[in-house]
Ligand binder design. Structure first.
Ligand SMILES: *Cc1c(COP(=O)(O)O)cnc(C)c1O
Length: 397
């Protein structure tokens, strides 16, 4: 039962295993093999597979009979979820959409409209950071620093400048250009190889953008919603952005995104300025409400931090035992990158053969982002498998 799934567009490289069931951190393939899933759907399945909480939230929501109503009308689940996100973030209003890329598209539009209203038509440029990943749609692709993703589709949206987060003076210069409307950044860069922004940069970015009347957009699509050990990753810096992009874990595996924004940004938008058919439907919104309330509990977040520490210690031991192969271990909470001094592919494949699923982040980094409900013993098992895989690949080299 292997071989290429030839009626699916070949934009993904997939191993042969066909997954048919899951529970918690485990995925079961058609051939009966059980895998430890340290990808969690690329950070989507924060409560694990077959989560009873998600299941009962879906069943409760279905009990109302309302899957979709459209944004022509009010529904309670969307309003209640928006209230929770507003309360947690200190921001004021929410626009719901269906994916991460869409939330970045919305954020760019909202920031531009706000900036033009204050600074004139020319104020439209967006500063993004080197190493960024914000999505695959034309606006989100334009602020994504991956030539291999962008080049085949040029021209992408114009008006974007890239600045290097390792060069704060350069970032400041980019922000000083008169036509800059917004800065977009991931507090922990995901695709770039799990790179937390250096030092106090996030706090500096907040100060500089405020000084210059530029919107600060934070993309927490991957690092937000408890993944980093705080409900939002930027809480660790004690700042509040103007716009916050969320998606991935938001609705427990159902597709959903959100743009959370300040009153000032929201005030620049009028009915008809933006829209989406599916955004914030009652089914996804009810499930998301259960998910964010669970992820936001103090004891849940404490658990993420403690288990993250355990994973960090394990990975650092693996690094210490393989100094020729492992260059660096980086991350926070339950979002970790193990940077190798060689391409990560062979180690990822070897780990998969041994029953551990991980995902690359760039060419040299193994990314680990288990469900936040991962058990301590599963962390220890994953570290052991990874150590074995790294050892085998290093010896073969
Ligand atoms: C996944 C991701 C996106 C894009 O989300 P999609 O749902 O795939 O469109 C954007 N930004 C970051 C940081 C991401 O990790």
């Amino acid at each position: 039962m292997s071989g290429p799934a030839s009626s699916l567009l070949g934009v993904y490289r997939m191993p042969d295993a066909v997954f048919v069931r899951g529970a918690g951190t485990r995925l079961v393939a058609e051939d009966g093999r059980v895998y430890l899933d340290f990808t969690a759907g690329i950070g989507v399945n924060a409560l694990g597979h077959a989560s009873p909480l998600v299941r009962s939230a879906i069943e409760t929501a279905l009990g109302t009979g309302l899957i979709h109503v459209s944004n022509l009308f009010r529904t309670r689940p969307a309003e209640e979820l928006a209230r929770v996100l507003v309360d947690r973030s200190g921001l004021d209003q929410v626009f719901f959409c269906n994916s991460g890329g869409e939330s970045v598209e919305g954020a760019i539009k909202f920031a531009r409209k706000w900036a033009k209203a204050r600074g004139g038509e020319a104020k439209h440029r967006i500063v993004a950071l080197k190493g960024s990943f914000h999505g695959r749609l034309f606006g989100s692709l334009a602020v994504t620093d991956r030539p291999d993703f962008r080049d085949p589709f040029r021209p992408v949206m114009p008006g974007v400048d890239f600045a290097d987060p390792e060069d704060p003076v350069g970032v400041r210069e980019a922000l000083s250009r008169e036509r800059t409307a917004a800065l977009i950044a991931e507090p922990i860069q995901g695709e770039a190889g799990i790179r937390p922004l250096p030092g106090d940069l996030l706090r500096d970015l907040r100060e500089w953008t405020r000084e210059k009347g530029i919107a600060l957009i934070l993309d927490e699509i991957q690092c937000g919603l408890a993944r980093s050990g705080t409900f939002f990753a930027h809480e660790a810096s004690g700042i509040t952005p103007d716009i916050l992009c969320l998606a991935k874990a938001l609705a427990g595996g159902l597709p959903m995104g959100a743009v959370v924004m300040s009153r000032a940004i929201a005030a620049a938008m009028a009915p008809g300025d933006h829209g989406t058919t599916f955004g914030g439907g009652p089914l996804v919104a009810s499930v998301a409400r259960t998910v964010v309330e669970t992820l936001g509990r103090a004891d849940f977040l404490e658990g993420v931090r403690l288990k993250g520490e355990r994973l960090r210690r394990g990975l650092e031991q693996v690094a210490g035992a393989n100094p020729d192969c492992v260059a660096e271990v980086r991350g926070r909470g339950l979002l970790w990158g193990v940077e190798l001094s060689r391409t990560a592919g062979p180690v990822i494949e070897e780990a998969r053969e041994r029953g551990l699923l991980t995902v690359p982040a760039g060419s040299r980094v193994i990314r680990l982002l288990p469900p936040l409900t991962v058990r301590r013993a599963e962390i220890d098992d994953a570290v052991e498998v990874l150590a074995g895989a790294i050892g085998t690949v290093a010896r073969a080299a």
